[in-house]
Write a protein that binds this ligand. Structure first.
Ligand code: ADP
Ligand code: MG
Length: 427
């Protein structure tokens, strides 16, 4: 009994330490790092499990090395699994070359292969599927090892001991996976809360900044207008005119870029999305031409309720990014398609694309890869706006190939004739 407790304790301690380390530095860790961490955690756990096996009746040993082996493989990837297999074989070799040694080589040899097959599916599965996959590994191993020991090595290990081992291992796997998943969910929730808090802060900050700057601009504009009215010199008048235009432009940019932070009440209206998208495409056309980008569109009419200006802003931000991702030209495709109660809007570019890490950070405040030129606010605004109108954004991207944003919007009004003037926005 003591040994069982020691084994389970070792598993849990290693697991908790690893999860803690992995979660403390989540941003800085690449897949390779996770794999290395998991490998070492698995190694420590396997070492202890093999050193302190559990002795059952008649001197038969049961050890649960397979539990950290499977878990480290499924969470850390096939390379970690191969590494651990080599370690198990090596350590078993140190314990002596006997039937158990050859059994280890054959029995465990299939696990890295299985890990390779199931790793991706496991990573993207929910809790119950994960439990099923991992327990499936143990059951398969149980059947396979029973066959090998009985019919190939003609060993006399009784069936009930092998069965007991399998149940014991599955129990440990279930406990471990449930613990890992629980810790992960807690961390995710905590990170979400932090994100929301940051968002709130940005929201307040940008509201006050845009307010302050706008006040300054309005003051400056007023005095410029006065100057212009009283100015006789035509050249000076022209210059003041240019300055005024620039001030107005800055004012619009601030208002448009930070619209969601506006404390003013929203005006909800029925929007013809075909016209709205058409208008945004018109706005970005000069920018597209300048970058030798061909714009293909296939639009269809549909109506939603929302605040027109900020929805325009969101789509403008998507399209501007797509164009900025194609500095050497390319194709920008805008498609609209109805399916079920949703309208799907696709914005597809053939630009520089994004890696997994970049895709995960999309929509977070201040995330930009454009250095000084970027603000990292465009996607945040867009994500916020789409979320507010109960839409869903999915991204597919490949580095060097291009990016496709798919935005699903719930259709909230049919064939409405109401389509008020489109507000002007500055690029
Ligand atoms: P900014 O454009 O100022 O950098 P955004 O919030 O608009 O800020 O975008 C954030 C980042 O998302 C960009 O810097 C870019 O790395 C990435 N991104 C967004 N859209 C695309 C796209 N279509 N193709 C490639 N990268 C993109
Ligand atoms: Mg942008």
């Amino acid at each position: 009994m003591n040994e069982i407790l020691i084994n389970v304790l070792i598993l849990l301690v290693v697991l908790l330490i690893t999860q803690h380390l992995l979660e403390v530095y989540p941003k800085k860790l690449s897949c390779r790092h996770v794999s290395i961490y998991t490998f070492f955690a698995g190694l420590v756990a396997i070492f202890f499990c093999m050193t302190f096996p559990f002795t059952v009746n008649e001197g038969f040993n049961v050890d649960i090395r397979i539990v950290p082996f499977i878990i480290a493989g499924l969470y850390g990837g096939p390379i970690a699994s191969v590494g651990l297999y080599l370690f198990i074989v090596f350590y078993r070799y140190l314990l002596g070359i006997d039937m158990g040694f050859w059994g280890t080589i054959i029995n465990y040899g299939l696990i890295p292969f299985w890990t390779l097959l199931f790793y991706k599916k496991f990573t993207h599965s929910g809790k119950s599927a994960k439990l099923l996959i991992a327990s499936g590994f143990v059951l398969f191993n149980f059947g396979f090892s029973f066959y090998i020991y009985h019919y190939v090595f003609l060993s006399n290990t009784p069936f009930h001991i092998t069965l007991f081992g399998a149940i014991y291992k599955i129990t440990c796997i279930v406990i471990s996976i449930l613990t890992i998943e629980r810790i992960r969910t807690n961390h995710q929730i905590r990170r979400k809360v932090i994100d929301v808090e940051k968002m709130e802060m940005v929201s307040h900050l940008s509201a006050s900044i845009s307010h302050e700057i706008r006040n300054g601009l309005t003051g400056a504009k007023g005095f410029m207008q006065l100057l212009k009215e009283n100015e006789e010199d035509l050249l000076k008048k022209k210059y003041i005119g240019i300055a005024l235009k620039e001030l107005e432009r800055s004012e619009t940019i601030i208002r448009d870029f930070l619209t969601f932070a506006k404390p003013a009440p929203e005006k909800i209206e029925t929007i013809n999305m075909e016209h709205l998208i058409e208008y945004v495409i018109e706005l970005i056309s000069p920018l597209a031409r300048m970058n030798s980008i061909v714009v293909n569109k296939s639009l269809s009419p549909f109506w939603i309720y929302g605040e027109k200006k900020i929805i325009q802003q969101a789509f403008l931000n998507f399209m501007k990014n797509a164009i900025e991702a194609m500095p050497d030209g390319g194709t920008l495709e805008i498609g609209m398609r109805k399916h079920d109660d949703l309208m799907e809007i696709k914005i597809k570019d053939t630009g520089i694309g994004m890696d997994q890490d970049q895709m995960e950070r999309l929509g977070k405040p201040y995330f930009t890869t454009k250095g000084q030129k970027g603000t990292g606010l465009g996607m945040m605004v867009a994500y916020r706006v789409i979320e507010d109108i109960k839409g869903k954004i999915s991204v597919m991207s490949e580095k060097g190939k291009g990016t496709t944003f798919t935005i699903d919007l719930p259709i909230s009004a049919e064939n409405s004739e109401i389509d008020t003037n489109i507000t002007h926005i500055a690029l």
